[in-house]
Design a protein around this ligand. Sequence first.
Ligand code: HGY
Ligand code: MN
Ligand code: MN
Length: 418
Amino acid sequence: MSATNLRIDAARLWDSIMETARIGATPKGGVKRLTLTDLDRQVRDWFVSACTAAGCTVRVDELGNIFARRPGRDNSLPPIAIGSHLDTQPTGGKFDGIIGVLAGLEVLRTLNDAGIETNAPIEVIDWTNEEGSRFAPAMLASGVFAGVFDTQYAYAREDREGVRFGDALEGIGYKGQVPAGSHKLGAFFELHIEQGPILEAEEKTIGIVTGVQGMRWYEITVTGRDAHAGSTPMRLRKDALLAAARIVEAVHAVAQAHAPNAVGTVGLIESRPNSRNVIPGEVFLTVDLRHPQDAVVAAMDAEMRAAVAEAAARTGVEATVECVWDSPAVHFDPACIEAVRAAAAAQGLPSREITSGAGHDAAYIARVAPTTMIFVPCEGGVSHNEAERTEPEQVAAGANVLLQAVLSTDARLAGRPG
Ligand code: HGY
Ligand code: MN
Ligand code: MN
């Protein structure tokens, strides 16, 4: 069989997804597998064992990124890499991140079954802490690999209980010795569910991802004064939660002002002392602003900061705003994008170009290697939700485009016709 007609084993890939979904399975059918928890360790162990059984050498870097390498004809060449993440949101689904890692494993298994030797090595990667839900910011470990953050910054990041990233990493036994970013990648491909409604609405099977929108994360602390809910007149209150409510409304208004492509979200809010008969004296909340154009993100930043100051003044409280993450818009590599387009066309799969609304490790890896992504639809565009769903046929179609894009890129980089 010619390599261009090679297809993955769809049932084997789906079984792998369903098997790993049992690690951290939630009663509502989702997966809760926060980064650097024992559940993360369990799925990592599963992944390392499966890659080892597929004949790979496995290395772990100092951020816990796992690199499973299948040798090629010329192992002096930088590997062509495939990857994504195995960590999930607290109310995550079975597919976000996971299909990108397991489709990479399926590509290795398919090449093994067919006895195909690629020119360059192929490497499948699990990037630590893509979600940023437990340890902000998101894409932390791929960011260190790409030189955006340094290792000590990552190790010092704390979760809301004050646990340090470096200690949690050591705790699950995945603090490797390989310096982060110490090897080159010949190219990087990431398969992911779209996590939005476009592909399903347009009945497209493949998203040819051309880039990722710009995004910024903020931490806001509102300081008022604890006081008695019964004996404090309204005019004397310094109600931090009232100011926070006004800030939530303002974030929504800033996004609406830059419709239709801007989004703004307050996702995490902690009110203290959180007692029903105490006026909240302090509130901690997060803001997530995104737009495909960096200039608009900057404008939204200024408008949000002004709105926070106005809400604080109006409520008689103080508010501080700290930008904790700024990920500029990213444009992927034209040759990698073309490899995805050609593979989808050759397999007769309806496709369309799309910019990613969600952040992905590919956004940072694009700084150090020719990179692109492949999207497949998810039901109702719903993700970061336990009901997240895609179909076996859609995952298989994405994995077959991934396989063929990787093979054609390997041929192109070797100077052979694809
Ligand atoms: O936030 C994001 O877009 C990604 O899911 N970490
Ligand atoms: Mn993801
Ligand atoms: Mn996610």
